[in-house]
Design a protein around this ligand. Structure first.
Ligand code: GLU
Length: 475
């Protein structure tokens, strides 16, 4: 049974990169009828915050990435982490290193000065008992390091990148697995050790994560062997890049899932788009899909090794498609809370549904449904182009004729077609061209020349008695 996991650190909001990793894990689990698990890596006490955990869980839920089993809190597994470290100490695969920060700094500077890459020189690997007790007497605290032999070779078959080979000498010397602590204690266990212990105890079969973890994987494989644990299969997904081809970062603007939500992206479009960041659909399949549909055909063979460029146009296109394909009822459900938040009074449901139908085709973001609905709830001021239209010769007269016509044939919007009749009658009586009448009517009703279908606009405003006032103010 496939068991995969997302292991976010609650030190920030849910980032698009983490969410995309979550999605690939979810898709694979769903494809394999396996389990998708969560582990909250909350061991950095200073930077971890409960509100970030909440933001991450909410974001995953919003995207439709439901998880199985109760999320594991890493901080609750510390006993196991310490036990593993003790085991490594007992077997001689780990040891205490008393080198101070200053000494390590001098070491690195010397290495750099002679043109070498800085690395720990394994200086305390074989301390004599005398030397060790001397350090202890000096009151020095120690980190615990795991031995990495320079000549060791680490290999694995990555599901995305194929055969991988690393040399022990490329891993920076013996690796710190616990923070500094008095020499009779074990300090706080560190990332690589902790992940191995947790992935193993959660029975993780496949570790799917970003390619920035490749060097960690090499280190972790050594720990799996040293602790005699079953090694999972690894897959390293490509990074998400900005338009300049660099790793997408906060500096590129929006990167948090909650921000995408605020901007008016739908979870369906965002999840769809994230799947396309690195993965491509099999031939013949539409690029617009649900994650359920994607899960049926998902596999690592269609994941690219190269980084995936973030393309706003494509995301916007997908979002527009999702909105246009929504039923007016569903779209109203998403929009009405936003309208109410603006403090607008919603007339009856039927009217709201007709408004949704009117503005839907021109929406790209959900928030466009606020912008575009606004002139129906609030009388808009006259913009430059609206003013200019009303200055055209005959424009105001045409409005006057329309008002007279309305007086003679009062219209409450019951019959939509009456709008056309009123315009035709006005044209006939006034001798003005229909075009002039309609443009002036648009300027009066919406305050500007761009906007949705005029007849429907008027019809909606007439039904809430918001049309005459707008005409009158133009005279
Ligand atoms: N907490 C780590 C991160 O957020 C987990 C990496 C992993 O998946 O092992 O980068």
């Amino acid at each position: 049974m496939v068991r995969v996991r997302l292991a976010p650190s609650p030190t920030g909001t849910l980032h698009i990169g983490t969410a995309r990793t979550a999605l690939f894990n979810w898709l694979f689990a769903a494809n394999q009828k396996g389990k998708f698990l969560l582990r909250i890596e909350d061991t950095d006490k200073e930077r971890s915050k409960p509100e970030f955990t909440e933001n991450i869980l909410n974001g995953l839920q919003w995207l439709g990435l439901s998880w199985d089993e109760k999320p594991v809190l890493q901080s609750e597994c510390i006993k196991q982490h310490r036990k593993a470290i003790q085991e490594l100490l007992d077997s001689g695969l780990a040891y205490r290193c008393y080198a101070s920060e200053e000494e390590l700094e001098v070491m690195r500077e010397t290495q750099k000065a002679s043109g070498k890459a800085p690395r720990y020189d394994n200086r305390h690997r074989n301390l004599s008992l005398e030397k060790e007790s001397e350090f202890q007497k000096q009151g020095r605290n120690a980190v615990i390091r795991f031995r990495i032999e320079d000549d060791t070779q680490i290999t694995w078959n990555d599901l995305i990148r194929g055969p991988m080979i690393w040399k022990g000498s490329d891993l920076g010397g013996d690796m710190v697995i616990s923070r500094r602590a008095p020499s009779n204690e074990i300090g706080d266990p560190l990332y690589n050790l902790v992940v191995v212990v947790d992935d193993s105890s959660m029975g993780i079969t496949h570790v799917i994560r970003g390619e920035d973890h490749i060097a960690n994987t090499a280190k972790q494989l050594l720990l799996y062997k040293a602790l005699n644990l079953k090694i999972p299969i690894f897959a390293h997904t490509p990074l998400i890049l900005n338009s300049e081809g660099r790793k997408l970062s906060k500096r590129d603007g929006v990167t948090s899932i909650s921000d995408f939500k605020t901007m008016g992206y739908t979870p369906e479009a965002l999840a769809n788009y994230m799947a396309l960041l690195g993965w491509s659909v099999p031939e013949g399949m539409n690029e617009k899909f649900t994650i359920k549909e994607a899960s049926e055909v998902f596999g690592f063979n269609r994941i690219n090794k190269a980084g995936a460029k973030f393309d706003w146009d494509k995301l916007n296109w997908l979002n527009a498609q999702v909105l246009h394909d929504m039923s007016k009822e569903a779209l109203l459900n998403s929009l009405s809370p936003l309208w109410i938040k603006e403090g607008w009074q919603l007339p009856n449901k039927e009217w709201c549904l007709d408004l949704v139908e009117l503005i839907k085709p021109s929406m790209t973001l959900l928030n466009d449904g606020v912008k575009q609905a606004k002139p129906f709830f609030k009388q808009p001021t006259l913009k430059e182009d609206g003013k200019a239209q009303l200055e055209i010769e005959g424009a105001k007269k045409a409005i006057k004729f329309l008002l007279d016509e309305l007086k003679e044939n009062p219209w409450d919007g019951a019959e939509k077609n009456q709008a056309n009749e009123l315009i035709s009658l006005t044209a006939k009586k006034s001798g003005f061209k229909k075009g002039l009448i309609m443009k002036s009517l648009r300027a009066a009703l919406l305050g500007e020349m761009n906007g949705p279908d005029l007849i429907t606009t008027w019809w909606l405003l007439a039904r809430i008695s918001q049309d005459s006032d707008r005409l009158i103010r133009c005279l």
